[in-house]
Design a protein around this ligand. Structure first.
Ligand code: AMP
Ligand code: MG
Length: 335
C-alpha cells in the first residue's frame, strides 16, 4: 500500500484507480473510509470482500457537494431538506429514497441509500477529483475498531489496497450520525457527533432507534442492519462499567480485576492498581477522538481483560456508549 501525502500529485492516479474499480482509502472528519465507485457493482463488491463485510449491511455514499444529492436520491419532505441544509456538509448521513443509478449492491437491496457529504477538505478534494459518488464504509476489517490513523489501517489492509491518502488522525474519531426520517420524525439509527439534542433544536423532535443501546436479535426487523453485527471490538475481552458515582465505579472495577487487566478510562481511575492504565481522555470529544486507536493499542499489551469506563449517554456520550457497548459485546454493568 502506498501512502499519498500530496493529493494533487496523485490526481491522475486516484482518478484511474477509481475508474478501474479499485479501492482507495481516504480520510474524513469522522473516520477513514475504504472507497469505491458507487455506480459500479464490481467495484462495490470488492469493498465487501476486502472487509469481509456482511452483504446485507448497506454502504454509505459520499458526495462532493450537497448539490449532487438529488442525482442519487430523492428528498421527499421538508424535514429531510432542513437536515441537509443545516448539517451538510458535515459528520451526518441521511437515509433517503434511492434513485435507480445506485446499484443494489450498495444498498443491500433496500430502496433507500445513506448519503453523506464530508466536510474534511482532503475528502472533498478526493471526491471532486474522481467525480463519481464513492461508496465507503469505515476502513477496518469487519467487527474490528474503525480506522482513524494511517499506521493502524496500513497493518490491516497493506497487501489488499493500493493507495491510502494520509489526512492525519481523524478529528472526530467516531463514524457519522445516521438519520432516517420515519413518519415525519428524524430517527437516529446510529448516533455520532451530530447529536439528538442538535437535531431537536432544528426540527423540534428526534427519536433514537431502540437498537442503539440494545442487542439486536437477527430475526427482528432493524432499520439499520449495521447494528446487527459484532463491532468495534479488539481481540482482548472487554468489560464496560458505568456509574455516575466515582467511588461506586472504582469499587466495582476492583471486583473484576485480574492479574493482567488494562483499565481504559479517565484520570479519575489512574490510582487503581492494575497491569496497565490508559487514559482515554477527559472530555467526550477527546474520548471520541482517541477511542478506536486506543482499543487497538490495548490489544498490543496482550492483557486478559480490558475494563472500560462508561460515560453518561447524553450528547456525544450516546455515540460513545453505542460503540462501547458493542466493543464489550454487551458485557456491561451500570450502577
Ligand atoms: P459503516 O459503513 O461501517 O460506517 O456503517 C454504515 C452504517 O450505515 C451501518 O450501520 C448501516 O447499516 C447504515 N446504513 C447505510 N445505508 C443504510 C440504509 N439505506 N438504511 C439504513 N441504514 C443504512
Ligand atoms: Mg464500520
Amino acid at each position: 500500500m502506498e501512502v499519498i501525502r500530496d493529493i494533487e500529485q496523485y490526481k491522475n492516479v486516484l482518478k484511474s484507480e477509481i475508474e478501474n474499480d479499485n479501492l482507495v482509502i481516504f480520510p474524513t472528519e469522522t473516520v477513514y473510509g475504504i472507497g469505491a465507485n458507487a455506480l459500479s457493482s464490481n467495484a462495490v463488491n470488492k469493498i465487501f470482500e476486502v472487509k469481509t463485510r456482511a452483504r446485507n449491511n448497506p454502504l454509505i455514499i459520499h458526495l462532493k457537494s450537497v448539490n449532487e444529492i438529488e442525482k442519487c436520491a430523492i428528498i421527499e419532505n421538508k424535514i429531510e431538506k432542513k437536515l441537509i441544509d443545516t448539517f451538510m456538509p458535515g459528520p451526518i448521513t441521511i437515509v433517503l429514497k434511492k434513485k435507480d443509478c445506485i446499484p443494489d449492491s450498495v444498498t443491500a437491496g433496500l430502496d433507500t441509500v445513506g448519503v453523506r457529504v464530508p466536510i474534511n477538505s482532503i475528502a472533498n478534494r478526493f471526491l471532486e477529483i474522481v467525480d463519481v459518488p464513492i461508496a465507503a464504509p469505515s476502513a477496518n476489517i469487519s467487527s474490528r475498531p474503525s480506522g482513524t490513523k494511517v499506521s493502524d489501517i496500513k497493518k490491516e489492509f497493506d497487501d489488499k489496497v493500493n493507495y491510502i491518502i494520509d489526512g492525519g488522525e481523524s478529528k472526530i474519531g467516531l463514524e457519522s450520525t445516521v438519520v432516517k426520517v420515519i413518519n415525519n420524525i428524524p430517527t437516529i439509527l446510529r448516533p455520532g457527533f451530530i447529536t439528538k439534542e442538535m437535531i431537536e433544536k432544528v426540527v423540534g423532535s428526534c427519536n433514537v432507534s431502540p437498537h442503539v443501546l440494545k442487542e439486536v436479535d437477527s430475526s427482528s426487523k432493524v432499520e439499520s442492519p449495521g447494528m446487527l453485527y459484532r463491532h468495534y471490538a479488539p481481540s482482548t475481552k472487554c468489560l464496560l462499567i458505568y456509574s455516575k458515582d466515582i467511588n461506586l465505579l472504582k469499587q466495582e472495577i476492583k471486583k473484576h480485576l485480574t492479574n493482567k487487566t488494562i483499565i481504559l478510562g479517565s484520570n479519575n481511575l489512574k490510582d487503581i492498581n492494575c497491569y496497565k492504565f490508559i487514559n482515554y481522555g477527559n472530555s467526550l470529544e477527546s474520548i471520541s477522538h482517541n477511542l478506536f486507536s486506543l482499543l487497538r493499542l490495548c490489544d498490543s499489551y496482550k492483557a486478559d481483560l480490558i475494563i472500560i469506563e462508561g460515560v453518561d449517554k447524553v450528547g456525544l456520550g450516546l455515540a460513545i456508549m453505542n460503540r462501547l457497548i458493542r466493543t464489550s459485546n454487551f458485557n456491561y454493568i451500570e450502577l
